[in-house]
Design a protein around this ligand. Structure first.
Ligand SMILES: Cc1ncc(COP(=O)(O)O)c(C=O)c1O
Length: 362
């Protein structure tokens, strides 16, 4: 009887599908499954899961913070960071197209009683003038106190770009003078490290707290970590508990993450290479603008004159492509294709040929 392929231990999408919807769609490989099965575990409610302790120690060290706390999702990690560093009624400044602003379902208001104020620009950093204005209004008592500034690196909706570290440092200096901390949504911090050549700790240094996700490019099935100073840890445990994020034998998940750190981290550079490869080809399509990718996210836009827009067929583009086995996301004009560790050179080539067939009218 034939043995199942070791790579194909966990399956979701049909085998012939090229799933570029997100880097969250990866499935644990055989070796990761083995690591999970063999994990030495304990009850994290009592703080005695050794595999989890090892993961938290390693991530804290990599990100250059005193401590790191495992939570089920990046959303919870961001929400805990906001809860830890603000008072109800505070203003929290973040990008209008950030995950915290757009995809956390009003969590900051619901969990922390804060108002999110979004800065709007094509680039992922706020103008200094915008921050100076928020600080001046707060200092004059004409607006709520500015409790926290949140940035995202890499910035998903701005094209997966990495932040300009010089500008981050400048902003940190300004905020420090007003005692306003910064939180980094570093769901893809390791991608940012690959894109910039800076270490995760260097990128994280100006921030008081940092979220990192294991279930994106690293290819672990579940989990994020909130990296923070030691004095936050006790309150963070309490907040995690009342948000329902304290788990028990978490070492099973931590083992998957440790495997990912050892075996998957070096492959991020390959995801970036494939994204660049695809972007270069998409750029050759008439009336298509590609945001030059810096990481594993390829964003492209149909411009006026594109035949799909002219013929009112752009809304069906994603569905039609999906029928041909290539899955991306998009809203009829702006689209995203994401490379990840379950995508090979051959698959990205297949995706390009299908994309071209839909985008270019010969
Ligand atoms: C930039 C960013 N931050 C945070 C998150 C939240 O992660 P999770 O889905 O684990 O809640 C995501 C998820 O895609 C993300 O892209």
């Amino acid at each position: 009887m034939s043995q199942p392929s070791k790579r194909a231990r966990c399956q979701s999408a049909p085998r012939d599908v090229v799933d570029l919807r997100s880097d969250t769609v990866t499935r644990p490989c055989f070796a990761m499954g083995e690591a999970m099965a063999n994990a030495v575990v304990g009850d994290d409610g009592f703080g005695d899961d050794p595999t989890l302790a090892e993961l938290e120690r390693r991530i804290a060290e990599m990100v250059g913070k005193d401590t790191a706390m495992f939570v089920p999702s990046g959303t919870m990690s961001n929400q805990m960071a906001i809860r830890l560093q603000t008072q109800p009624g505070d203003l929290v400044l973040c990008h209008l197209k950030s995950h915290i602003m757009c995809h956390e379902y009003g969590g900051a208001a619901a969990n922390s009683g804060v108002t999110l104020s979004g800065f709007d620009c094509e680039d992922p950093m706020p103008e200094m003038a915008t921050v100076e204005k928020a600080l001046a209004l707060a200092d004059n008592g004409r607006d709520s106190p500015l409790g926290l500034v949140c940035l995202e690196n890499t910035h998903n909706d701005c094209g997966g770009v990495a932040l300009d570290q010089q500008r981050v440092l400048q902003l940190a200096d300004l905020l420090q003078a007003h005692n306003v901390p910064m939180h980094l949504d570093g769901a893809r911090l390791f991608n940012a490290a690959v894109a910039t050549g800076l270490s995760p700790a260097e990128l994280a240094e100006p921030f008081a707290t940092v979220n990192i996700c294991l279930s994106k490019g690293l290819g672990a099935p579940v989990g994020s970590l909130l990296c923070m100073p030691q004095h936050f840890r006790q309150r963070a445990r309490r907040i995690r508990r009342y948000l329902g994020g304290m788990m028990r034998q978490t070492g099973v998940l931590a083992a998957a993450a440790l495997h990912a750190l050892d075996a998957h981290l070096p492959d991020l550079v390959e995801d970036h290479r494939r994204a660049h490869w695809l972007a270069e080809r998409l750029q050759t399509c008439p009336h298509v603008t590609v945001i030059p990718p810096q990481s594993n996210l390829v964003w492209f836009r149909l411009e006026p004159g594109h035949w799909l827009l002219e013929s009112q067929k752009a809304d069906q583009f994603v569905a039609n492509l999906q029928e041909q086995g290539v899955w991306i996301t998009g809203d009829g004009q702006l689209f995203r294709a994401v490379t990840h560790r379950d995508i090979s050179d051959e698959q990205i080539d297949t995706a390009w040929h299908q994309l071209r067939a839909h985008l270019v009218r010969d």
